[in-house]
Design a protein around this ligand. Sequence first.
Ligand code: T4K
Length: 418
Amino acid sequence: MSTTVQRNSKPGKTEVNELAAFGGPRAFSEALHVGRPNIGNRERFEERVGEILDNRWLTNNGPYVKRFEQRIADFVGVKHCVAMCNATIALEIAIRASGMFGEVIVPSFTFIATANALEWQGITPVFCDIDPATYTLNPDLVEELITPRTTGILPVHVFGRACDIARLSEIARRRDLKLLFDSAHAFGCSYQGQMIGRFGNAEVFSFHATKFLNSLEGGAIVTNDDELAKRLRLMKNFGFTNYDQTDYLGTNGKMNEISAAMGLTNLESLTDFVATNRRNYRQYLSELAGLNGVSVLTYDETESCNYQYIVLTVDENKTVVKRDQMVALLHAENVLVRRYFYPGCHEMQPYCSRYEGARKNLLETERLAKSVICLPTGTAVDQQHITTVCETIRLIVNNGSSISERLASLSKNPRPPA
Ligand code: T4K
């Protein structure tokens, strides 16, 4: 496995004055990103790209895509895997092929693509609040939102932690609703010992560059339903059932061969990716332990986990310094943390103007969206990076009041440009 570790962090800061926001040097000379891709054996990938170019078969169900699909299906333990160009298109195709229409219940605490995939198919996303313990769709609230127009539920395994699949499946069965899971974050994760991907009518993975397993861009729909798989394959290829014949309204969702080669190559390094992510996760847990007002999202280590997201929640009542101030302070240090997922989908267009009163039913979503920070991890992040990030967070939190005051006075009297 090739990792591109850059040891670019400086020794830890111990004084507030040393923070870059107050004139100190940046903790990192180069940006430390969230979402740096995990890259497997580069030589193997390059060999495969050479072979693809030699064969002149670049896309449309080529040999690499077929192999990739088989490997994913075997890994997950499902009958069918249909590879796609990305998870957003895969969601749209899965939504359409599974027969959803009207209204579909979906969390607002997710990436905007989940809601947009419904909207793009002319379906109304009905936002449901999350369970604060799992950050995923709260089954108790789902039933209250079912109307005669509801045809499905689209839960998300946020950060790779499984939804309450048992209860959601029971509701879908009893109310005769389609159930599709947005499993964009959950490749390599399990639920009650079974790999995610085996549940509902189908599940959708993302293999975007920032995901645990990447195929540059890419996604896949996995299912045990033979008929659905057949429709998915036709729909992703314009609906062609024969050279000159279409039987469905199709689109172009095809994965190309280079993406499949990248996916296959990275699949071969999955164990290393998990090991690095788990090591990073445990280091964050231990180096941020006991820090008042911040907690690291934990994973159930009795399940398979990909540990791809390190998620901090900030209780501003305790830290005094606000979540967004902390983000700005870390960005000043060149630690480009992200606020996944802020704001909730209901706060973004086109949904916010349509659901003006939505907030009052999405209190847990609102609370969580205002407190999350995703920290850098993955195979491009080393132990020294994590120590520096954690030391910086400690310095900020332990000096919350004074930092908050200094930031307030800075905003009244900004420093003149250098
Ligand atoms: N459902 C859920 C729950 C999702 O989270 C997503 C996507 C989807 C569906 C749709 O899946 P895809 O259609 O994308 O397959 C990113 C990703 O673009 C998106 O895939 C992901 N979720 C979302 C959570 O995060 P942005 O706009 O923050 O991405 P971007 O491209 O700015 O990348 C984030 C950071 O990663 C950058 O700041 C730097 C780093 N990066 C990124 C790329 C692309 C790299 O270091 N190298 C790279 O090549 O949405």
